[in-house]
Ligand binder design. Structure first.
Ligand code: TMP
Length: 221
């Protein structure tokens, strides 16, 4: 068993279906944190490490990937990228007290591989536990959007996941809403149709309520 440094920072994850505006929100929140003098690390999944970016490219950016891997292979590849991100980026950043804002995390796997693909939820939970070592988000922001609106917004031919049937994306969205309802204290559900600046303001206020006291002082508010 490896010994792990105690977690002192704050892990905020951003979730949602295709075209929900996650990357814009992450960038705006990282900017707010910088302005407030809060140490912030922004990352994305799959990705955020050399290995993770290679897995992302193999899964999502390769035009030869037309149908996608077998569901179990897909589950394990996303988990592999996550395990690397946790070890290489998240744990060190949290141990040094940073605010970490991650574009997708373990709830994506529940929503897409359980909700969307229909893999057993207990299997997905076990794989998530293996990948994260139990590191759960302190706060999760859900950018809720209808698949039709999100896919139209994404506005391109898309990777194999974006080309899944609308029913797949409906199941992903429904699973996200179920997860948020199961743990309302962890989730903040935002209407992704609201202007990005308003979404960032609401998210930042919520982050401010959960930031450790030491970080609050750094923000100088
Ligand atoms: P995005 O970050 O641009 O939204 O692309 C990531 C894609 O990968 C998106 O279609 C969701 C999918 N995905 C999963 O299916 N499971 C996962 O665990 C993660 C992190 C992403």
């Amino acid at each position: 068993m490896s010994t792990r440094a105690p977690v002192r920072g704050l892990l905020v994850t951003v979730e949602g279906g295709e075209g929900a505006g996650k990357s814009t929100l992450v960038a705006l929140l990282a900017g707010r944190a910088h302005e407030a003098g809060v140490d912030v690390v922004a990352c994305r999944e799959p990705g955020g490490t050399a290995l993770g970016e290679r897995l992302r490219a193999a899964l999502l950016d390769d035009d030869r990937v037309t149908t996608g891997p077998a569901p179990e292979a897909e589950l394990l590849l996303f988990a592999a990228a996550r395990a690397q991100l946790v070890a290489e980026v998240l744990r060190p950043a949290l141990a040094s007290g940073s605010l970490v804002i991650c574009d997708r995390y373990q709830d994506s796997t529940v929503a897409y591989q359980h909700g969307g693909r229909g893999l057993d939820r207990a299997l997905v939970a076990a794989v998530n536990r293996a990948a994260t070592g139990g590191l759960s988000p302190d706060l999760t922001l859900l950018l809720d959007i209808s698949p039709a609106a999100g896919l139209a917004r994404a506005g391109r031919a898309g990777d194999y996941m974006e080309r899944e049937a609308i029913a797949f994306h409906e199941r992903v969205g429904a699973c996200y809403r179920e997860l948020a309802a199961e743990e309302p204290q962890r989730w903040l559900v935002l209407d992704a149709r609201d202007p990005p600046a308003l979404l960032a303001e609401r998210a930042w206020q919520r982050i401010g309520r959960v930031l450790p006291a030491s970080r609050q002082q750094a923000r100088g508010r």
